[in-house]
Design a protein around this ligand. Structure first.
Ligand code: ZN
Length: 200
């Protein structure tokens, strides 16, 4: 028997986050390319992004054939398209003169999987690669929301939006992440929670 799922936030009803979710308003169009193995990851932040950002497109796949529709969609767009992926060719997103009306492609998954996705899909390299300026003061609160692991796709998206649209309010994203982190902490046995908090 599977646990009942909340139809709005897609978390189990016992862990529904709807009360803490607010819609994100941004002109930046986000598209996430997701490795199939990430879809069922409980800690994956993309599901949370979808709950606050109704325009978010998530395309699950590995090979160019999986992304045929996405490629056709991108070819029809007149907006600049950026690939958020740090590399030797990537530019600092804060230093590019860009309008807020851009498309940002994000690769979801571990670094190893993101790298593999890129190797399998050289068509992605046609787009301007950008990296985040994680030390920018505007990113302070976003980084503070983070407690473990490396930058999640949600945090990366929040920072990209902040760079492209400095006046935008990305707190619906970061607050949703904080709510999820709090919920994980509450669900932990207290001895584990103490150990976790002391590592911060
Ligand atoms: Zn819910």
């Amino acid at each position: 028997m599977s646990r009942p799922i909340c139809p709005k936030c897609h978390y189990p009803q016992t862990a529904c986050l709807c009360a803490q979710l607010r819609p994100l308003a941004t002109r930046v169009e986000l598209i996430v390319l997701q490795d199939p193995s990430e879809v069922k990851q409980a800690k994956n932040s993309v599901k949370l992004m979808q709950a606050v950002c109704d325009k978010l497109q998530v395309v699950v796949g590995e090979t160019p054939a999986d992304f045929t529709q996405l490629q056709a969609y991108l070819k029809r767009q007149s907006k600049p398209i950026l690939l958020l992926y740090p590399s030797e060719q990537s530019q600092n997103i804060n230093e590019l003169p860009l309008p807020a009306e851009v498309i940002v492609l994000l690769l979801d998954g571990t670094w190893r999987k993101a790298y593999k996705l890129l190797q399998l899909n050289p068509w992605l390299l046609e787009y301007q690669a950008v990296h985040l300026n994680v030390d920018a003061p505007s990113n302070y609160t976003i980084r503070k929301a983070k407690r473990a692991d490396s930058l999640s796709t949600l945090e990366a998206a929040a920072m990209a939006i902040k760079a492209l649209e400095p006046n935008s309010d990305v707190s619906p994203l970061t607050d949703a992440l904080s709510a999820l982190v709090e919920q994980h902490l509450t669900a932990m046995p207290s001895v584990v929670r103490q150990r976790y908090l002391s590592q911060k």
